[in-house]
Design a protein around this ligand. Structure first.
Ligand code: ZN
Length: 154
C-alpha cells in the first residue's frame, strides 16, 4: 500500500491485530521511505441490495424499516425479540446469498411473509393483508386458507 504521507509505493506491516469481535483487522504500517507510521483497517464488505419500489424508485435496504414492519405485524403477539432478530438475519442472509444488486420490494415482502408464517400466523395474515393492500382479494383469502388448514375445505 502507498504511503499517505510521501506517496512511496513500499510500506511494511509492523503489526496485525484482529478486533475482539473478529470482524476487523487492524494493521500498523510503516513507510520504507519516510518512516512515518499509519494504520489500515480491513473489514468484509457486506452490501445488501437496493430495494426497487413499485414506482421504480430505488431506496437503500434498511434494517430499521424491516424491523418496524415486522414489529407492526407482531404487535401484541407472543413472539420474542430474539426470534424477530433471527428472522431479520435470515432475510438478510437470503438477500446476501442471492448476491443481487437490486431486489424488488415485492420479493422482499415475500421473504418477510415467509418468515412471519414461521413465527406467528396472526402476524402473517396482518402483514399479508396490509402488504397486498386488499387489491387482490383472492390472494388474501388464499393467505388465510394457507394458514388455517382444515377450517374450510374447498
Ligand atoms: Zn512515506
Amino acid at each position: 500500500m502507498k504511503c499517505p504521507f510521501c506517496g512511496h509505493e513500499e510500506t511494511g506491516v509492523a503489526d496485525t491485530r484482529v478486533s475482539d469481535e473478529g470482524d476487523i483487522v487492524r494493521r500498523r504500517r510503516k513507510c520504507a521511505a519516510c518512516e512515518k507510521r499509519f494504520t489500515t483497517y480491513e473489514r468484509a464488505e457486506i452490501q445488501l441490495p437496493q430495494v426497487v419500489k413499485k414506482n421504480g424508485s430505488r431506496i437503500e435496504f434498511s434494517r430499521a424499516k424491516l424491523r418496524a414492519s415486522l414489529d407492526l405485524a407482531l404487535r401484541k403477539r407472543p413472539v420474542s425479540t430474539e426470534l424477530v432478530d433471527a428472522a431479520i438475519i435470515a432475510i438478510e442472509e437470503k438477500l446476501l446469498s442471492a448476491g443481487l444488486r437490486e431486489v424488488l420490494s415485492q420479493q422482499l415482502g415475500e421473504l418477510v411473509m415467509a418468515e412471519l408464517k414461521k413465527l406467528d400466523k396472526v402476524a402473517y395474515i396482518r402483514f399479508a393483508s396490509v402488504y397486498r393492500n386488499f387489491e387482490d382479494i383472492d390472494a388474501f383469502s388464499r393467505a388465510i386458507k394457507e394458514v388455517s388448514p382444515g377450517t374450510r375445505k374447498k
